[in-house]
Design a protein around this ligand. Structure first.
Ligand SMILES: NC(=O)c1ccc[n+]([C@@H]2O[C@H](COP(=O)([O-])OP(=O)(O)OC[C@H]3O[C@@H](n4cnc5c(N)ncnc54)[C@H](OP(=O)(O)O)[C@@H]3O)[C@@H](O)[C@H]2O)c1
Length: 242
């Protein structure tokens, strides 16, 4: 049903990103697996190709402008457009900590990848998204970026002391709303997905949800119909408060 549609997932060599790529491939997309390390990317590509999916690796370090530019040029040359962009790549930097103690360099590192990288990638691919018919952008967010949840002292979210991660993902939420506003009327829908706590290197291997369950939230937003929402954050249970 999505034959001939092209999707790019950043940070797709493992975790939720790889699962998003798998599910988009299963839905008929040609899926480009962004990976900063070519070899790690190729391992994931091989896995998906062996499952019969149309998967292609693409080198993409989101903090490296030259890498981002080269990736956009490659997609332009090969496909001439991009139907879905999933901004999945992110980090919790080593040493992430509470607001009173976090090293400024650590905070900067979180913003470099999670915000500046995401905005840089989105800007580089925007001309190709405009060339697609009704493109979708999905930014991976988290309930740790929710002012409502972190501000609720009864919530587990208020106990996670990672200012770098939480505040950079809150910035991703603002990018989502503002880009969605800017693109209203173009057919491009922009939303954020909270996958929930999933068992990955980042989420911890004891997390209750599988990466596939987390990926499904993003894939739903990547395949919204033309009357779909824009400028919101969704989890499995529905729309979340910021
Ligand atoms: N897991 C959870 O519980 C959870 C919950 C809420 C939200 N999320 C969000 O879901 C997304 C995926 O998380 P995950 O759990 O799958 O994390 P993960 O297993 O740590 O995977 C992160 C991916 O991002 C890539 N990456 C990191 N920095 C990059 C950079 N500068 N350039 C390119 N790629 C980069 C990693 O590449 P390398 O392999 O090269 O490091 C890896 O492919 C993230 O946006 C995360 O914030 C996760």
């Amino acid at each position: 049903m999505n034959r001939n549609k092209i999707a790019l997932v950043t940070g797709a060599n493992k975790g939720i990103g790889k699962e998003i790529a798998r599910q988009l491939g299963q839905a008929g997309f040609t899926v480009l697996l962004g990976s900063r390390d070519v070899e790690r990317g190729e391992l994931a590509v091989k896995e998906l190709v062996a499952e019969g999916l149309d998967a292609v690796g693409i080198q993409l370090e989101v903090t490296d402008e030259a890498s981002v530019r080269a990736a956009a040029e490659r997609v332009e040359d090969s496909y001439g457009r991009l139907d879905v962009l999933i901004n999945n790549a992110a980090i919790i930097p080593e040493g992430d900590d509470a607001a009173s103690r976090i090293g400024i360099g650590v905070l900067r590192e979180a913003f470099e990848t999670n915000v500046l990288g995401l905005v840089g990638v989105t800007q580089a691919f925007l001309p190709l998204l405009h060339k697609a018919n009704a493109a979708r952008v999905v930014n991976l967010s988290t309930s740790l970026a929710s002012f409502e949840q972190v501000g609720d002292l009864e919530s587990r979210m208020s106990t996670v002391l990672t200012l770098g991660y939480n505040s950079s993902k809150a910035a991703v939420n603002m990018v989502t709303v503002m880009l969605a506003n800017e693109l209203r009327g173009t057919g491009i829908l922009v939303n954020a997905a909270d996958p929930g706590n999933c068992a990955t290197d980042m989420g911890g291997w004891t997390a209750a949800r599988t990466p596939a369950q987390g990926a499904a939230v993003a894939v739903g937003l990547a395949t919204l119909g033309e009357d779909g929402p824009t400028g919101h954050v969704y989890a499995e249970e529905g729309r979340l408060a910021w």
